[in-house]
Ligand binder design. Structure first.
Ligand code: CDP
Length: 216
């Protein structure tokens, strides 16, 4: 049997990773958080005091970085990354790193390599439209910015971060704008993707609507 590829795209905080993780477990396939890759490069740049607006410097860092996924964990230069890539500082800078074409080429290579070796569900912005245009299933999750902001707020508060709701909604709206308007592989719904509006829906309801569309 060929590898199964499921693409889950959508704007920031639409619940993609929560849903994709559950589906991966249910179907016993791998989960790839492609946003974590762009966050990892951003984190490394910030750690090295690189000016994110200096594309050449960011590209140099990306070229000298090894990103890997094992057991649903992301590794940056062989070191596992956890919460350090979820900070507001990383969130505020990641879209400017992710808009750089050369950085995307490098990340997409890793994503395609993993996706051709195993059955996977990937969440991101350009999975159905660019990385795996022939994916078996494509979903596009959306929700209002307020709902997305609230969810992210609760998630961060539960993890012990001191965050401000307005700051979070602001970050989400700003990232969506940069992600949607970048020149190369922007955030866009693939023509053949199934759109699911998750506003007002709980996690189980969204998982059920996704699963009901998958025949394996
Ligand atoms: O979890 P959240 O929705 O906040 O974002 P994420 O999936 O962790 O992605 C962080 C950022 O990485 C996005 O805002 C995009 O700038 C970038 N990204 C991308 O450009 N392409 C992807 N396939 C995934 C993420």
């Amino acid at each position: 049997m060929n590898n199964l590829v499921i693409a889950v795209d959508g704007p920031a905080g639409a619940g993609k990773s929560t849903i994709a993780k559950i589906i991966a477990e249910k179907l016993n396939i791998n989960y790839i958080d492609t946003g974590a890759m762009y966050r990892a490069i951003t984190y490394k740049c910030l750690q090295n005091n690189i000016n994110i607006n200096n594309e050449d410097e960011v590209i140099k860092i990306a070229k000298n970085t090894e990103i890997d996924f094992r057991d649903n964990n992301i590794y940056l230069d062989k070191r596992v990354l956890k919460e350090e890539i979820r900070t507001m500082e990383v969130s505020n800078n990641v879209s400017n790193v992710a808009k750089i074409k050369e950085v995307r080429y490098l990340m997409v290579d890793v994503q395609r390599e993993i996706g051709t070796r195993n059955s996977v569900i990937l969440d991101g912005r350009d999975i159905g439209s660019y990385v795996f245009p022939n994916a078996d299933y494509k979903f596009f999750l959306v929700a209002t910015p307020e709902e997305r902001g609230n969810r992210r707020y609760k998630e961060l508060i539960n993890k012990g971060y001191e965050v401000n709701i307005d700051e979070i909604i602001n970050d989400i709206v700003k990232r969506d704008e940069i992600d949607s308007n970048r020149e190369f592989a922007p955030l866009v719904k693939a023509e053949d993707a199934i759109e699911i509006d998750t506003t007002g829906k709980d996690i189980n309801e969204v998982v059920e609507s996704v699963i009901s569309k998958i025949n394996i």
